[in-house]
Ligand binder design. Structure first.
Ligand SMILES: Cc1ncc(COP(=O)(O)O)c(C=O)c1O
Length: 403
């Protein structure tokens, strides 16, 4: 009898889904730590702060009050209303509660949006360096990712002319993530207005505006793309609680969109999961209505770390890095070190460079190739000052040892 091979049954979709470099680096970090090695990990994009107390209290209270049942798929009415009110007052986005779809994290909101709009033959423009998951979602929907590149000299913002040149009649979505993971770039009003001109010229094009790092902003102004004239009907706005409110594990995010798209996103979510956890939604109402002082305290601490990390990286000869107006990531260009040697071993790409820094110098960071940007690496400064100090010293020693 031939041996049963379950791997042979996997769909092309499953075979093409890549778990990603961040997960690989985290896994290797765990293995090395389990073997007793001292590793500083700046791999994961996760606040090192606890969720503010008022939000935790609200969740506990809601649980005791019996908010432990199924929720309406698109979210509890009071949360959808609170989100719409936030988007109107803070972001200048004239959404109503019916436009809002609450999801189990922004990740799910992204998948809801892409699955609602994209199918075979549809193109989605993504601006590299980009957050890893967009490409996976587009492929899941059998759409075609069209990746446009930018570099450190351009402050990691693809010039509008290049975006214009990439748009075709098949382009349905353009993804803008500002503030941007992994680069920390923030798009200003003038730049976004140039993109709005393109959108007006392409009647089938929508913008997916991922604004999850809105509250982690140090310089400049947060502009929501949908707040630009006539852009609300051409935008799906994404935001959530993971980063600004330090609620990664709670799994709560949302999308807001024109009604037919919002309704389709709800249908997608009803197939894949269901409404988000009820007591988490109650806590999210408390987050939106409650004091923001802890959110601000976290932002100020990220800013101090940003200053430290930038200064340390700029002191390493060969490292080139743009300013970081938002997020908790640094994305230095380290291409000057590629082709150099550690002993007899030539470091050919950023994946090998990250392996070298992890295995030889005890610091875990992510290769730029994971973000469609070979030549750079990403490090998260959502970590303690002590860890950052240690990590930056190790990175400097490691890079300076290459010949
Ligand atoms: C740009 C961006 N969008 C979305 C997400 C996903 O957030 P959530 O935890 O709400 O799924 C992340 C998380 O790293 C992110 O960096």
């Amino acid at each position: 009898m031939t041996k049963f091979d379950s791997a042979a049954l996997l769909s092309p979709r499953a075979n093409s889904a890549d778990e990603g470099a961040i997960i690989r680096m985290s896994q290797r970090t765990r293995e090395l730590r389990a073997a007793g090695q001292d590793i500083v990990a700046l791999t994961v994009g996760e606040p090192d702060f606890d969720t503010p107390l008022n939000i935790r209290e609200a969740a506990k209270e809601a649980m005791d009050q019996g908010f432990t049942h199924y929720s309406p798929v698109s979210g509890m009415p009071e949360l959808r209303e609170a989100i719409a009110a936030k988007l109107r007052s803070e972001n200048g986005l004239a959404y109503q509660a019916a436009n809002v779809v609450v999801a189990n994290g922004v990740k799910q909101a992204i998948n809801n949006a892409i699955l609602s709009l994209i199918g075979p033959g549809d193109e989605v423009v993504i601006l590299a360096p980009y957050w890893v998951s967009y490409e996976g979602s587009i492929k899941l929907a059998q759409g075609t990712p069209v990746v446009l590149h930018s570099n450190v000299a351009e402050n990691y913002k693809v010039p509008t002319a290049r975006i214009a040149a990439a748009l075709t009649p098949a382009t349905k979505l353009l993804i803008i993530n500002s503030p941007c993971n992994p680069t920390g770039a923030v798009w200003n009003r003038a730049e976004l207005e140039e993109i709005a001109v393109l959108v007006r010229a392409h009647p089938r094009l929508m913008v997916l505006a991922d604004e999850i790092y809105e509250y982690i902003l140090f310089d400049g102004e947060m502009i929501s793309f949908g707040s630009l004239p006539h852009m609300l009907e051409r935008t799906i706005t994404l935001n959530g609680f993971s980063k600004g409110f330090a609620m990664t594990g709670w799994r709560l995010g949302y999308a807001a969109a024109p009604l037919p798209i919002a309704q389709a996103m709800g249908r997608m979510q009803s197939i894949v999961s269901a409404g988000a956890n009820q007591f988490v939604q109650r806590a999210a109402v408390a987050a939106l209505h409650g004091p923001r002082d802890e959110v601000e305290t976290m932002r100020v601490q990220y800013q101090a770390r940003r200053d430290f990390v930038l200064a340390q990286l700029r002191a390493i000869v060969g490292v080139v890095i743009a300013d970081i107006p938002g997020t908790f990531y640094a994305f230095p260009d380290v291409s000057a070190f590629l082709g150099k040697k550690s002993g007899n071993h030539v470091i050919e790409n950023t994946e090998q460079l990250c392996d070298f820094l992890l295995e030889q110098h005890g610091v875990s960071i992510v290769p730029g190739s994971a973000f469609g940007a070979e030549g750079s690496v990403r490090l998260s400064f959502a970590a303690s000052s002590a860890d950052l100090k240690k990590a930056l010293a190790r990175i400097a020693t490691g890079l300076e040892s290459l010949v």
